[in-house]
Design a protein around this ligand. Structure first.
Ligand code: ZN
Length: 414
């Protein structure tokens, strides 16, 4: 067996073992604390809500385990099991140019993967989310979403793949620098275009019509020196009762978007505090830092691909007999997550640090008490557990656990 196959197998097992071990810890920890609401929350979150959060967390963790078992098996089937090799031989029978063979190969793999992912996606929405009362979607909406996503994916993805494959094949030794430039340009274009052209395909956006809330938000934004094109409300409740608020767009195209269900559950001051937190991410330059980090990581990714695609062992080690630019691209995109999985604690740690900083900013610009109240409501409404396993949380969580975050906010108060 090629050495790289062995390394790959070991890494896949290590990643899966880490995942299952953390999931096991999480389930055990949440079960252990299921019987009592943590003292600090006893007057705000009923035992019933606390137990719902515990059961929901455990159910999601179990589904995640099944998902991982499935995707790990599939990864082996595609690579060492000869799935990609078989698809490659099939595509080669058409004797097309490398560019078109590549596009067909990638579409074929993408199509099969999407079909195989359907059952778990359906289960998640219509059984798990449904059971806990979060699902508002219907099969019709779900199928329409799938159709729209597929059409968009083809319209946007195929030209992009063609450009990248063409550069890989024809732009010489430093193709990866050009491909990276194209990729980043494309990403920024999408960030700019998303709120205006793509998001409206899936949801309805309306101007916030609550004048009093609007005034409050505008005052907050002026206070923070923040420019935005508008405050919008999105009909998130069409699909799910999970609430959220976010910013989209770049530069002058920035917009604040509230899910309608968030506005239903929070009062004015709480919305202001949540928004102040989001503004904190801008003011503390988190968004900018994340973009710069992504830009570098993407460059490293393309450089690595540029090197790997010249190595015979890379193909042979992952079950491909005849090297080609498109198999290199597909092998890289399905095998690299196995290696980058071990970096997730770093990005989670940075993200949690940013959350604290944004909370500090919110405490300066709005009422910290109100942010605490809003967080408690959001945790309750979304059935997020208050008692995650510390190690599981340290490895994955982009946000600190609620008790930690709230203790931090309280410690800031004078
Ligand atoms: Zn945040």
């Amino acid at each position: 067996m090629p050495l790289f196959s062995l390394i790959f197998i070991v890494m896949v097992f290590l990643a899966a073992a880490t995942h299952f071990w953390l999931a096991f810890r999480q389930i055990k920890h949440v079960k252990q604390y299921r019987e009592h609401t943590p003292e600090a929350f006893a007057d705000k979150i009923s035992l019933q809500d606390h137990q719902k959060a515990a059961d929901y967390t455990i159910a999601k963790e179990k589904l995640g385990n099944i998902g991982l078992l499935f995707s790990t098996t599939l990864l082996f089937v595609w690579t060492l099991g000869g799935g990609l090799e078989l698809a490659d031989q099939f595509v080669r029978t058409f004797q097309l140019s490398p560019l078109f063979s590549g596009v067909i190969f990638i579409l074929l793999i993408g199509f099969i993967s999407a079909i195989l992912d359907l059952p778990l996606g359906l289960y998640n929405t219509f059984i798990l989310e449904e059971k806990f009362g979060f699902n508002r979607s219907t099969l019709k909406i779900w199928l329409m979403d799938l159709l729209k996503q597929s059409i968009l994916g083809l319209l946007i993805g195929v030209p992009l793949i063609m450009v990248i494959l063409w550069l890989m094949g024809s732009a010489g030794e430093y193709w990866w620098v050009y491909a990276w430039t194209v990729w980043m340009g494309f990403s920024f274009l999408m960030m700019w275009a998303y709120p205006a052209f793509i998001a409206p395909i899936f949801n309805k956006f309306t101007e916030l019509d609550d004048e009093s809330l609007k005034n409050r938000i505008e005052q907050l934004m002026t206070r923070c020196g923040f420019l935005s094109k508008g405050i919008l409300v999105m009909d998130g409740s069409r699909r799910s009762s999970h609430g959220n608020a976010y910013f989209t767009g770049l530069g002058n195209n920035k917009q604040i978007v509230f899910f309608d269900n968030l506005l239903e559950s929070l009062d004015e001051e709480e919305v202001e505090a949540v928004l102040a937190h989001e503004l904190g991410h801008f003011k503390k330059k988190h968004i900018l830092k994340r973009l710069i980090t992504m830009t570098f990581i993407t460059l490293i990714g393309f450089a690595t691909l540029g090197w790997l695609m010249q190595q015979q062992w890379f193909y042979n080690g992952l079950g491909i007999s005849t090297p080609s630019i498109y198999t290199a691209l597909v092998l890289f995109s399905i095998a690299s997550p196995v290696f980058t999985f071990f970096l997730s604690p770093i990005s989670a740690m940075i993200s949690r640090k940013h959350e604290f900083e944004a909370d500090d900013f919110a405490a300066e610009q709005a009422d910290a008490n109100k942010l605490v109240e809003a967080l408690v409501k959001l945790y309750k409404d979304n059935a997020n557990t208050l008692t995650p396993d510390p190690l599981h949380s340290a490895y994955y969580d982009s946000h600190p656990p609620a008790p930690v975050r709230i203790a931090h906010l309280n410690s800031n108060r004078i």
